[in-house]
Design a protein around this ligand. Structure first.
Ligand SMILES: Nc1nc2c(ncn2[C@@H]2O[C@H](COP(=O)(O)OP(=O)(O)OP(=O)(O)O)[C@@H](O)[C@H]2O)c(=O)[nH]1
Length: 223
């Protein structure tokens, strides 16, 4: 073992379980975080998918996050308890444009409580509102989200798996909270994803240029 490995010590491993209704974006969230990709095509998760990602927290602490992406159809099934068992963090995910996906989190959380009531240590639970790129279609009010967090002592997150907005920050904050590490403002700002939007400039005189192949395209970066 090299000196630097000795100094760093072994990686910490955390099990994070992602729960919520089908199509709220759990797989998209996990793949955005672990692989930095996003697929528009919906492919239902049957049972469970599994992702690993190593992050570094302040103090040079290496943490490997095991992300358990649980299919939305597993609620009521026999395996769900086993997936949740031993988790240090639970992400309760809903789609901000789909009220039902928010209301149903009560059922998901009841399963979590049942599985963990006998455990010595309770998992950290995070409420994650996904699809904030669709803010104009929001049906779940921010107030409702905040109230649910306060009533149950959840940490609060809003993300977009599609654009990547706040996804890394969400996982980083959850890992840091579990390990009792405080992130300062600069560290959190560094983790904010830059959202890239495609700007397309159409020809000014439509009747002269019906062919759009000479459109100019620029990329606009926002934070
Ligand atoms: N606009 C938008 N679409 C998203 C976002 N996240 C996911 N989607 C889309 O929503 C659909 C469902 O996403 P999934 O990640 O497969 O949903 P899931 O929760 O894993 O679904 P199950 O496997 O059934 O549990 C897909 O078509 C995604 O492309 C997002 O942040 N914004």
């Amino acid at each position: 073992m090299s000196d630097s490995e000795e100094e760093e010590g072994p990686d910490r491993q955390l099990k994070l379980v992602v729960l919520g209704d089908g199509t709220c974006g759990k797989t998209s969230l996990a793949t955005r975080f672990a692989q930095e990709t996003f697929g528009k095509q919906y492919k239902q998760t049957i049972g469970l998918d599994f992702f690993l990602k190593r992050i570094i927290l302040p103090g040079n602490l290496n943490v490997t996050l095991q992300v358990w992406d649980v299919g939305g159809q597993t609620i009521g099934g026999k395996m769900l308890d086993k997936y949740i068992y031993g988790a240090q963090g639970i992400l309760l995910v809903y789609d901000i444009t789909n009220c039902q996906s928010f209301e149903n989190l009560e059922d998901w959380y009841n399963v979590v409580k049942k599985v963990t009531e006998e455990s010595e240590t309770q998992p950290l639970v995070a409420l994650v509102g996904n699809k904030i790129d669709l803010e104009h279609m929001r049906t779940v009010k921010v107030d409702k989200h905040q109230r649910f967090c306060q009533e149950n002592n959840f940490s609060s997150h809003f993300v977009s798996a599609k654009t990547g907005d706040s996804v890394f920050l969400c996982f980083q904050r959850i890992a840091a909270d579990i390990l009792g590490i405080k992130l300062n403002k600069a560290e959190m700002e560094q983790s904010q994803h830059v959202v890239r939007a495609e700007l397309v400039k159409y020809p000014e005189e439509d009747n002269q240029h019906h062919n759009t192949s000479n459109c100019q395209s620029k990329v606009c970066s926002m934070q």
